[in-house]
Write a protein that binds this ligand. Structure first.
Ligand code: 13P
Length: 250
């Protein structure tokens, strides 16, 4: 079983001051050696600050997106090499907000995953269906197509160097969580899709994970932790979710 992992996705939130306070709160609560691994994905502009504040801790960090290109005339974009240079460990690719708001295709997401891997970063590859797709019973097909595009680009054997996050779009920021059974069904499907190379790939669940539902979700056979939005902006709530992940490793 992969080591449990909890990642905070701060999205477009925070200021220098609130970032400092949030990390301070987290560092006070999440000290020493734990079985679960913890990371936060911050807005680009705060990565230097996050790096300084987390330098002597075991909490890792990353970004929420990257360019598929190496360098050059791509105004406003941030490359994988830049994230590596900022000592990021992770980068989220294909979050549903980028797929919908920025119209990112499965192929572009695959290019971004490849760019991340080439720079030594661990891509957190997000997949998941919309409400409409779930209601028309297309969930597994949608997730399969999203994963297949990545496998074709990076090679299925590279799944071993990635993290996959299942985030049903209808559960993100809505307070509606997939039931543990609904999530497990898709997670076990993802595990089979990853094949032999995915046996140790953490598969995270994301979508309205809170302290009171985290443990039950994380106890499912193929759920290895969470990708946390809203609750990751609160040091106490986020720590409680990390503690739930620690308990499933017992
Ligand atoms: P919420 O936890 O706020 O539902 O967000 C989930 C998410 O999108 C994490 O990437």
């Amino acid at each position: 079983m992969p080591r449990p992992l909890v990642v905070g996705n701060w999205k477009m939130n925070g200021s220098r001051r609130s970032t400092a306070e949030l990390l301070e709160g987290l560092l006070q609560r999440w000290q020493g050696v734990h079985k679960a691994e913890v990371a936060v994905c911050a807005p680009f502009v705060y990565l230097a600050q996050v790096g300084r504040q987390l330098a002597d801790s075991r909490i890792r960090y990353g970004a929420q997106d990257l360019s598929p290109h190496d360098d050059g005339a791509y105004t406003g974009d941030i490359s994988a090499a830049m994230l590596s240079d900022m000592l990021c460990s992770f980068v989220i690719v294909g979050h549903s907000e980028r797929r919908s708001i920025h119209r990112e295709s499965n192929e572009l997401v695959a290019e971004k995953a490849a760019a991340a891997l080439a720079a030594g970063l661990t891509p957190i590859i997000c997949v998941g269906e919309s409400l409409e797709q779930r209601e028309s019973n297309e969930t597994l097909q949608v997730v399969e197509a999203q994963l297949k595009a990545v496998a074709e680009r990076i090679g299925a054997e590279r799944y071993a160097s990635t993290v996959v996050a299942y985030e049903p779009v209808w559960a993100i920021g809505t307070g509606k969580t997939a039931s543990p059974e609904q999530a497990q069904e898709v997670h076990s499907f993802i595990r089979r899709q990853l094949g032999a190379n995915g046996a140790d790939t953490p598969i995270l669940y994301g979508g309205s994970v809170k302290p009171d539902n985290a443990e039950e979700l994380f106890r499912q056979a193929d759920i290895d932790g969470g990708l946390i939005g809203g609750a990751s902006l609160d040091a106490e709530q986020f720590t409680q979710i990390c503690e739930a992940a620690d308990r499933i490793a017992d």
